[in-house]
Design a protein around this ligand. Structure first.
Ligand SMILES: [Zn+2]
Length: 255
């Protein structure tokens, strides 16, 4: 076990990497958010009542500004996993996200499937994105979410070597293809309520952009975020993933 971080956030290091997994096992190891076979990732701590809204595939000039307005109006801080090439194209929008107090994470430069990407290329995708983001916002980037959640045996090791904590999720639905905000929000509410009953925080994924290009319509996802905020603002505390990551590092430093 080479995780320096406490088990209450991380689900442990799997030992099966490189052991010749059968194809089904490889797909599980590579794509299932709860699998630790290819290394551990931050999902959510056992803090029922905490909820992290996370937004992938931005920045998106068509919808990220409206999402920022919504979050500001409700005094909610969220986490944005940005695609490097979109960040480079929209630096002012990235500065606006960071300036509002939201956490920013690395979501690769061009959104490839990193389970099928050579190590040198993975390193280039992550390094280039962190450099671009750090240059734009003037702060180090500490969080990384792999596109599609996909990783191979080296992906998380490379991320760690670049100072990035791998982050997955525990609540997702197909918000990118579902036109009804109500259906997106109710699917995510069912998952969140189940996590709360089990004593877990919720790490919810929505999409304010599309990896296919800038300008995608994300109205259903943004409206679903509004419904989730309305539903949980009396009962849950909205946190950033960075807050969990810093708490975990603090515990590791004391242990
Ligand atoms: Zn993505």
């Amino acid at each position: 076990m080479d995780s320096p971080l406490p088990a209450w956030v991380y689900t442990g290091l799997g030992a099966a990497a490189g052991l010749g997994l059968a194809w089904g096992g490889y797909m599980y190891a590579s794509l299932w958010p709860g699998s630790t076979i290819f290394g551990w990732a931050l999902t959510a701590p056992p803090r029922p009542g905490e909820l992290a809204l996370t937004f992938d595939d931005g920045p998106n000039p068509a919808w990220t500004p409206r999402l920022l307005d919504l979050l500001a109006a409700n005094d909610v801080r969220a986490t944005f996993f940005l695609i490097g090439q979109f960040a480079q194209a929209e630096p002012e929008l990235v500065r606006r996200i960071a300036g509002a107090g939201h956490a920013i994470g690395n979501h690769s430069w061009s959104h490839p499937n990193l389970a099928q990407t050579a190590a040198a290329k993975i390193r280039e995708e992550l390094t280039r994105t962190s450099s671009a983001l750090e240059q734009i916002v003037g702060q180090p980037v500490r969080l990384f979410r792999p596109p599609y959640g996909a990783r191979g045996p080296t992906t998380f090791k490379i991320a760690r070597s670049l100072g990035l904590t791998p982050v997955l999720w525990n609540a997702m639905t197909s918000d990118w293809s579902e036109p009804s905000a109500d259906r997106i929000a109710s699917a995510l509410s069912r998952k969140t309520d189940r996590l709360t009953r089990r004593g877990q925080a919720a790490n919810i994924v929505l999409h304010d952009g599309s990896h296919r290009g800038l300008g995608a319509n994300r109205e259903p996802s943004v409206n679903a975020a509004a419904l989730l905020i309305a539903r949980y603002k009396q009962t849950h505390r909205f946190v950033t993933v960075d807050e969990w990551n810093r708490a975990a590092e603090g515990l590791a430093a004391r242990s």
